[in-house]
Design a protein around this ligand. Structure first.
Ligand code: COA
Length: 329
């Protein structure tokens, strides 16, 4: 299992932002579109509403701008933009190119990364790799507009998915930075459990995805905890992929972490794929749920089936990290 090597140049998150389209589709709205009901959806998923509309580039630009403003960095300061998405606006070019232009980032590489709902955690780990190789700042965005590949008349899938975006600015520091350990995983043999053909809509074997997701999340999180050299008890906040409250609850049970330690936004957003982890992170940070020195566990899973986890020791202040800093404890 790979882990962050000693001496690697690290990074801290210095700004974050989110975007959700204005239009809301409630469970009650869905009752007139398919054979379902509000109570069933709440009980079986925890979801009450989801946002629809917007474009991947438009939502990314809004979330990215908010993150840049909070970090206090200008258009020349970003070396790379990674846009995690499974719903780019066009086949070519990458939606990241559109976002780079709309944000006016003048000297920056930009690319899309598709690891389905694990995408933002994959991007977070890859951004740390770029920073270890010399990048000063990386803008990491997760955005999906799943309404374009969801059939809202199919009760197997239409109750779950929505649109959104979340972004974070990662800034290089002299010492080890926030990332203590990570895990990237893929179970290609299970890809038929959840897929959409090009131009098609999502097809899903719900029970199979559920069963595999619980195990994948717990295994990936355990790998990241081991790689970080910490235990589940040390974790203050879990930021899990927001697919179904029962999946989150069952996987945290396996890890021995109480559900109260998780940030949950799925009741208001549904499953927003690549956006779900940064949306849940931003809400927890905005609510002051994390203090300096606390450990955050990110856990994503999704189609592929992919999984990704990361353990981060929180500090929003780049100056606190030196060669003798928190990561070397
Ligand atoms: N509304 C009302 N009833 C529904 C329904 C809906 N939207 N969908 C299924 N049902 C019915 C079924 O027909 C079945 O009825 P029956 O007992 O009379 O046959 C019953 O509810 C139970 O169906 P089941 O498929 O076993 O439900 P479930 O508890 O597994 O919940 C999911 C279905 C899709 C919510 C759940 O399997 C799930 O969340 N899976 C993972 C999906 C996911 O996270 N995908 C994204 C991964 S990134």
């Amino acid at each position: 299992m790979p882990s962050t090597p000693p001496g690697a140049r690290g990074a801290v998150i210095t700004g974050w932002g989110v975007a959700l389209p204005d239009k809301i589709l409630t469970n009650v709205d869905l009752e007139s579109m398919m054979d379902t009901d509000d109570e069933w959806i709440r009980d079986r998923t925890g979801i009450v509403q989801r946002h629809v509309g917007g474009t991947t580039a438009g939502l990314s630009t809004e979330a990215g701008r908010a993150a840049l403003d909070m970090a206090g960095v200008g258009p020349d300061d970003i070396d790379a933009l990674i846009l995690a998405t499974t719903t780019p606006d066009r086949a070519v070019p990458a939606s990241a190119s559109t976002v780079q232009d709309q944000l006016g980032l003048t000297s920056c590489g930009a690319f899309d990364l598709n690891a389905a709902c694990s995408g933002w955690v994959y991007a977070l780990v890859n951004a740390h790799g770029l920073i270890a190789m010399g990048a000063r700042r990386v803008l990491v965005i997760g955005t999906d507009t799943l309404d374009r590949i969801t059939d809202y008349h199919d009760r197997n899938t239409g109750i779950l998915f929505g649109n959104g975006s979340g972004a974070a600015v990662l800034e290089a520091v002299d010492g080890g930075g926030q990332l203590l350990g990570w895990d990237l995983d893929s179970l290609g043999e299970a890809e038929s459990a959840l897929y959409a053909e090009i131009g098609g809509v999502l097809q899903m074997e719900g029970r199979e995805v559920f069963r595999r997701a619980v195990r994948l999340m717990a295994d990936s999180a355990t790998n990241a905890l081991t790689s970080a050299g910490v235990s589940a008890d040390d974790i203050t906040l879990v930021v899990p992929h927001q697919a179904n409250i029962r999946i989150i609850s069952a996987s945290l049970d396996r890890l021995g972490i109480p559900l109260e330690r998780a940030s949950i936004v799925l009741d208001r957003t549904g499953n927003t794929s690549s956006a779900s982890v940064p949306l849940a992170l931003a809400e927890a940070l905005d609510e002051g749920r994390v203090s300096d020195g606390d450990l955050i566990l990110f856990v994503g899973f999704g189609a592929g089936m992919s999984a990704a986890s990361a353990v981060v020791r929180w500090s929003p202040n780049a100056a606190e990290f030196t060669d003798d800093g928190a990561n070397d404890e």
